[in-house]
Design a protein around this ligand. Sequence first.
Ligand code: NDP
Length: 331
Amino acid sequence: MKTILLKNRPKGRPSVSDFEFVENDSPLEIKDGELLLETAYVSVDPYLRGKMNDTKSYTPPFELDKPVHSMIVAKVIASKHKKYNNGDYLAGMLDWKTQQISDGEGLTKVDSEKAPLSSYLGILGLTGLTAYLGLTEIGKPKKGETLVVSGAAGAVGSVVGQIGKILGLRVIGIAGSDEKVELLKSKFGFDEGINYNTTEDMKAAIAKAAPNGVDIYFDNVGGPISDAVLFNINQFARFVVCGAISVYNNTELPKSVSVQPFLVRNSALMQGFIIFNYQAKYPEALKQLSAWLAEGKLTHSETVVEGFDNIPQAFIDLFDGKNKGKMVVKI
Ligand code: NDP
């Protein structure tokens, strides 16, 4: 049995040496009410970076020398639990371990017949929920409006853009390579794409791609990309502030334009979004996402890295944009 611990709190960009691998050969014995789980798929997510700092946030930080945890799909390989049987697959917040004991608390049974197991970490998991609920609850889209999405070829962004198209919006995606920009249009149906790494004047590029101005901005990255969007907003625009990956590794406070004049001038709304505040809406959102998937209106996209030992590197690779769609590790 292998476990990955957080060894150091990363300073700036994380590195593999911030994690420690521990091996233990003693067999795991379950008691009544418990399950023995074998990890099948591990979700690596940008928000885990924040939990590696010793700062207060919406969830507590990881503890040093303790296992890192994230959303995982695991197989039940022994059960003394009333609800779950051998061979069931369960999804939930679990430790980065090849095998572990659980009392089943917080886990949900997933069905590999209905959808691929990894999709419960992506489009049918927190990724899909974040995209759908962030866009509909804060973005409040109206047909014909213009939506700009940053981190557009990533897990959340690629789903936001597709939902935007389903809801009748003009959708512009911002991503980090020409290959990703092409993918936005060819695979996810975006109307326009902008490569922020090769575009000198993002403000002008957004103005060109959104000739009627920006009504909704789904922000996954923060920093200068989001500043450039501010210059192009319409009256009553809505900013869904979902994430800020461009500043997660910063060791100093970033320099940003002052948002207030833009918000006042345009009577615009800027609101932070945390998926865990919308749990009551998960069933309704999952029903809609599943229906769109079944109708072929949504495409599930992922980058699959193989091997337990590659979990930390897969996480770090998110900061280099190595993923298209949801980054998952198959064990
Ligand atoms: P992604 O799949 O989008 O992966 C991260 C992507 O971010 C990379 O592929 C990369 O794409 C891009 N990126 C990396 N560094 C930078 C940078 N410096 N500037 C601009 N883009 C960068 O991750 P998720 O979809 O899982 O998450 C997207 C965002 O949503 C994150 O900020 C995350 O924290 C947030 N989130 C928030 C939730 C909430 O409840 N608030 C829930 C889930 C996610 P590229 O090649 O285009 O640079």
